[in-house]
Design a protein around this ligand. Structure first.
Ligand code: SAM
Length: 274
């Protein structure tokens, strides 16, 4: 498919005066080959719907549009809107830009069921958005999540039990979906470069275990990992019904949170949800 010629992203940034704002977590990706590789992570997007958070000057957006996606993009920084309007003109009927704060927006209503979420997220809101998407009623409205994180956060999402990074985020990400690190991205790929390395996580939903409420699993993991070095009999003291649920699930209260598998957390949360 022939693609319209677009100016280099560096020129777009200069033409629209888009100096990166630290407060908005702006670290732009300008390498179009890298952006095409990120846009390929969810699989073919030809004719698919994509929800993008924080398009900025539109680097990832143009890669998604080139892949044939219909994109709904939410951007908080209105300085970026003229640059995004140029993309809309180059890919007619493929792009909808919404000015607003992704934290307060109903993404499902905007993007529709079955959309893929793809985003180079602002680091300050990335984890909160992820937990919001993971808390959707299941199976979720989104078909997959492809999200850039600081590498340390990406490792917390995919961590196995008994590893340094295993914690609440791993359990919430793994109990009814499968996350993987799809790509590591060097800090030098960003303008300006952030202090740390980044990684793209790809996450697809699985069938949810029966009889478990997200809220209970969230409370359980918050209590259990709140004092991760302590035995569960200590860390779950403040959680109503926590110790009884542990016993009912047949889990030794002398264990520490990081030794429990995701399935064991699910078993305890099922008792708490009952
Ligand atoms: N997607 C672009 C890229 O890859 O070059 C920009 C990524 S930059 C890391 C994050 C973008 O998210 C910025 O454009 C920023 O203005 C935007 N942003 C920050 N907070 C936001 C929020 N709460 N809702 C929507 N967009 C936000």
């Amino acid at each position: 498919m022939p693609h319209p010629a677009l100016p280099p992203l560096r020129d777009v940034i200069a033409a629209h005066g888009l100096q990166a704002s630290k407060a908005l977590g702006q670290n732009f990706l300008l390498d179009e080959q890298l952006l095409d590789r990120i846009a390929a992570i969810p699989g073919s997007l030809d004719g698919a719907r994509v929800y993008e958070v924080g398009p900025g000057p539109g680097g990832l957006t143009r890669a998604l549009l080139r892949a044939g996606a219909r994109v709904v993009a939410v951007e908080r920084d209105r300085r970026c809107l003229p640059a995004l309007a140029e993309l809309d003109a180059a890919f007619p009927n493929q792009l909808t830009v919404v000015e607003g704060d992704a934290m307060g927006i109903d993404a499902q209503a905007l993007a529709g069921d079955g959309a893929h979420v793809v985003a180079n997220l602002p680091y300050n809101v990335g984890t909160a958005l992820l937990v919001g998407w993971l808390s959707a009623s299941w199976k979720p409205w989104w078909a997959s999540l492809t999200l850039m994180f600081q590498q340390e956060v990406a490792e917390r999402i995919v961590a196995p039990p008994d590893s340094d990074h295993y914690g609440r985020l791993a359990v919430l990400s793994q109990w009814r979906s499968t996350p993987r690190i799809a790509m590591k991205v060097h800090r030098s790929a960003f303008t300006p470069p952030p202090k740390v390395m980044s990684a793209v996580v790809h996450l697809t939903p699985d069938d949810a275990p029966e009889g478990v409420a997200f809220r209970q699993l969230e409370k359980l993991t918050a209590a259990a990992f709140g004092q991760r070095r302590k035995m569960l009999r200590q860390s779950l003291k403040g959680l109503p019904g926590g110790l009884a649920a542990l016993e009912a699930a047949g889990i030794d209260s002398q264990r520490r949170a990081e030794t429990l598998s995701v399935a064991e957390f699910v078993a305890v949360a099922r008792v708490l949800s009952g």
